[in-house]
Design a protein around this ligand. Structure first.
Ligand code: AHG
Ligand code: MN
Ligand code: MN
Length: 331
């Protein structure tokens, strides 16, 4: 029988070299537990009353789905229960949530989350996910400062996502390779299924919402048009795939090779996706899988965040494809 490794064993195998590293493994384990709860809810979504709009909007004026509320609550609660998490930034929360109390005196991690990515797909049984990035507190003392929760992506300690798809998969990196685990719901365990993921050299897919084409600049439109022909930089025409859940689009391109694009346009001059919990997690994973992410001007991991819910244009995937976009857009 081949070796079976569950995620806890894998985490502790990778993180037993120091106390600090073990604490990070504890935080990741809490994320794993939250993901199991969410996976259970997503899988029974059609059977229960959990589908449909919750009837109010979030801080960014978007319709909140019931599952958005559930995922936000369970992730925040499990982060609160970890003695190592000091603060959480969530797409669904206006401000950074800072945990207080004695058990948090030595907490050093800040977790940025998109609890439910792709929420427009919930009602139609299409893949959704959770994205996260973990940072270490920089300031001394018990409090939290802006420099703690607005750190550059290059300072990420660990990042990853869970995709609730035909199977539930968790993919993460703490800088030692990108590893994927598939949930076996019958035993409630994430089992290592994709060790040391590297983005394939051959890039065959482009993923963009082409309905926005009328809002693009001409040279950008021309570049996308070229991707559909053998004039693409790969020498071969690409094929299109767009789910509308960044997490699922990224996941597919990570395994198959390709580029995901969400540019700035006339409607969204700063792009749509959020730097801290959409840009950075995927940029970090792409980098450790041999790919690259850019906002069209620079490496996403080098962008200095100025606010919690900051938006960026995002191009992520095979390095060559992303560099070509950067060359095109760089001012
Ligand atoms: P969220 O559900 O967290 O608000 O994120 C939605 C994002 C992202 O997942 C997806 O790729 C993108 O919005 C889709 O946007 P368009 O509908 O504009 O293509
Ligand atoms: Mn999202
Ligand atoms: Mn979301």
């Amino acid at each position: 029988m081949h070796k079976i490794t569950n995620i806890s064993t894998h985490l502790y195998d990778l993180h037993t070299f120091s106390q600090k590293s073990l604490e990070l493994a504890d935080v990741l384990n809490q994320i794993v537990l939250a993901a199991k709860f969410v996976s259970r809810e997503v899988n029974k979504a059609g059977l229960t009353d959990i589908l449909g709009a919750a009837g109010h909007t979030n801080v960014q004026d978007e319709q909140v789905q019931k599952l958005d509320v559930y995922t936000n609550e369970i992730f925040i609660e499990l982060m609160r229960q970890s003695p190592h998490v000091k603060a959480v930034g969530s797409e669904e929360e206006d401000k950074i949530i800072i945990f207080k109390g004695k058990n948090k005196n030595n907490a050093k991690y800040i977790v940025h989350l998109d609890p439910l990515d792709g929420s427009s797909n919930i009602d139609v049984n299409v893949s959704v996910g959770t994205n996260f990035a973990i940072f270490e507190k920089k300031s001394k003392g018990k409090g939290i400062t802006k420099e703690d929760y607005l750190q550059k992506g290059k300072d990420v300690i660990a990042a990853g996502y869970v995709v609730y798809g035909s199977s539930t998969m968790l993919v993460y990196s703490s800088g030692k390779g990108v590893h994927g685990f598939t949930l076996d719901p019958s035993i409630g365990e994430f089992i290592l299924s994709h060790e040391n993921i590297m983005i394939p050299k051959e890039s065959t897919i482009y993923s963009i919402n082409e309905s926005y084409e009328p809002k693009w600049k001409d040279d950008f439109t021309a570049h996308i048009k070229k991707m559909k022909t053998n004039d693409d930089i790969s020498g071969k025409a690409k094929t299109a795939r767009y789910i509308g859940s960044l997490v699922a689009d990224f996941h597919r391109n990570l395994l198959k090779g390709g580029i995901y694009l969400y540019p700035a346009d006339k409607k969204s001059p700063n792009g749509k996706l959020r730097l801290l919990y959409e840009g950075i997690p995927f940029a970090f994973l792409a980098k450790h899988a041999g790919g690259y992410a850019s906002n069209g001007q620079m490496d996403v991991l080098e962008i200095e965040p100025t606010e919690l819910h900051q938006r960026i244009p995002l191009f992520v995937g095979n390095t060559k494809d992303v560099k070509a976009i950067e060359k095109l857009l760089k001012i």
